[in-house]
Design a protein around this ligand. Structure first.
Ligand SMILES: [Ca+2]
Length: 310
């Protein structure tokens, strides 16, 4: 059994990732820690509690974390992609899963100290993780690995002209995490687009199960679907966070990876939050991350389906 801390700015694709992770027999989610990102923190917390309830397995504690980036205020929210509530405007009823007392950052540090081989899955801006590193660097060095959905590899204009949303939203926090000495597995936005997207045929499979979770995966992402149709002419639901969760659940879903050094640009307004790489060591910096470069789309979709067929 692997021990996972699930850090999330729970919008619609985070919710799918959380249900998948809770339904994965190999993982135990020790805590769900919420961070401002796709939507405001109160909505993140509510959606995390909804997702835990929808998974209908065990109920890890859900903790409130940072409500804004390290510096300044959030520059953007994702209502246009995820709906006013972050879950497709579905207005799901108030969940029975409670918010647990205590601050997410304190709980991250506590678990890093108490749990051997703790792994972190980080699916939003890295504010909570950076705060934990600043407060307790030695405790955080006990963490086995952080798998994060964030950044870009070859695709540059994923959110701003040169950066992806999760990193751009709190670039300084990301820089702290990349400089921490902790081992990172980076799932960039590139590998979450294309063949891993949920198309009409995939949605028919999910609907065909006639399960609450199968419907939840599609309904919670309906704003994302409409945006992709309207803005990009693509009849798909993109699944960045479930893709990163799949990498944790089953490393066999990874088709390509490269060991490298990565850092985050925080000074250039034009490239704020851009991930920068050294693939051959010429910068003199030691490798600090495993960059995922290709995903097996069929295997990924099988994992999405398997988590929704019951
Ligand atoms: Ca997210």
């Amino acid at each position: 059994m692997r021990h996972i801390l699930f850090d999330t700015d729970t919008a619609s694709d985070d919710a799918v990732a959380l249900v998948m992770s809770l339904r994965c027999a190999d993982l135990h989610i020790e805590a769900v820690t919420c961070v401002c990102g796709n939507i405001t923190l109160p909505k993140v917390i509510r959606n995390a509690r909804i997702a835990v309830e929808k998974a209908a397995t065990y109920r890890p504690p859900v903790y409130a974390g940072m409500a804004r980036p390290l510096f300044g205020q959030p520059t953007s929210f994702g209502e246009q992609a995820h709906g006013p509530d972050g879950l497709g405007g579905m207005n799901y009823p108030e969940p029975s899963v409670p918010l647990s007392p205590g601050h997410a950052v304190d709980q991250i540090i506590r678990l890093a100290r108490e749990v051997d081989d703790l792994e972190i899955l980080a699916l939003g801006p890295l504010t909570n993780i950076a705060m934990a590193i600043l407060l307790a660097p030695e405790a955080m060095k006990r963490v086995k690995n952080i798998t994060l959905m964030g950044g870009q590899y070859r695709m540059i204009d994923a959110f701003t002209a040169n950066a992806e949303f999760n990193i751009a939203m709190d670039a300084e926090a990301a820089k702290i995490v990349f400089a921490s000495g902790m081992h990172l597995t980076v799932v960039p936005i590139d590998v979450c687009y294309g063949h891993t997207e949920i198309d009409a045929a995939d949605r028919a499979v999910l609907r065909g199960y006639h399960t609450e979770v199968g419907d939840f995966y599609i309904d919670a992402n309906r704003t994302l679907l409409e945006m992709n149709k309207g803005a990009y002419g693509k009849d798909i639901i993109s699944m960045p966070d479930p893709t990163a969760a799949a990498v944790v659940m089953d490393p066999g879903v990874v088709r390509g990876r490269v060991e490298c050094f990565a850092d985050v640009e925080v000074k250039s307004p034009f490239a704020m939050g851009e991930l920068l790489y050294d693939f051959d060591g010429r910068s003199g910096n030691p490798q600090n991350c495993t960059l995922i470069t290709e995903i097996d789309p069929a295997r990924f979709k099988e994992m999405v389906f398997a988590s929704a067929d019951h």
